[in-house]
Design a protein around this ligand. Structure first.
Ligand code: PNS
Length: 178
């Protein structure tokens, strides 16, 4: 049983992430997508929202070729991998700039847990510049993100933006009345 963890923030999941999962399915029997619960970051989507959305968009990808499970974790990634009995961590590398940070993480993870290997995978060139951070920035500034994320994610981002604006609006009007 070849079980791998594909960890990340996935805020939001992009077509680049999905491309890596699809490729990973050729190498592993099971991929656990581990969403990091990071209390220090203010995310666009909550962990629960990301879990739910990932669950939906990965359904088509596996197509019986491998099992894809969506989960979340706190603390050290290697501890989570051990608890899940996974001995591989998958990370996508888009450019040399990714490599330096990823190499540091991979070597630190190896020092912490020598039994776990990190496997770097390259997404399709089409996605080599796509990151969750840029997707959010472009989207929040009114640019188009279609083709960079699945249509479901694009829809949810629009809904979330409206929800955030409404919440901010009502919070503002509450303040106005005080
Ligand atoms: O999608 P991201 O934000 O690039 O993912 C980064 C992630 C989740 C892989 C990394 O921050 C991580 O593994 N965090 C868990 C805490 C941990 O194990 N830190 C030590 C890493 S060497």
């Amino acid at each position: 049983m070849r079980r791998a963890i594909y960890p990340g923030s996935f805020d939001p999941v992009t077509n680049g992430h999905l491309d890596i999962i699809e490729r990973g399915c050729k190498l592993f029997d099971e991929i656990i997508i581990g969403i990091l619960v990071n209390p220090e970051k203010q995310p666009f989507f909550t962990v629960e929202e990301r879990r739910e959305m990932l669950g939906e968009v990965v359904q088509d990808i596996a197509r019986g070729r491998c099992d894809v499970r969506v989960d979340s974790f706190t603390g050290l990634l290697v501890n989570y991998a051990v608890a899940q009995q996974a001995n591989v961590i998958v990370r996508g590398i888009r450019a040399i700039s990714d490599y330096e940070y990823e190499l540091q993480m991979a070597l630190m993870n190896r020092r912490l847990e020598p039994g776990i290997e990190t496997v770097f995978m390259m997404p399709a060139e089409t996605y080599s510049y796509v990151s969750s951070r840029l997707v959010k920035e472009v989207f929040q500034l009114g640019g188009t993100i279609s083709g960079l994320v699945p249509p479901l994610i694009e829809r949810r981002m629009k809904e979330k933006l409206i929800q955030n604006r409404t919440e901010r609006g009502s919070a503002g009007s509450e303040t106005d009345h005080t």
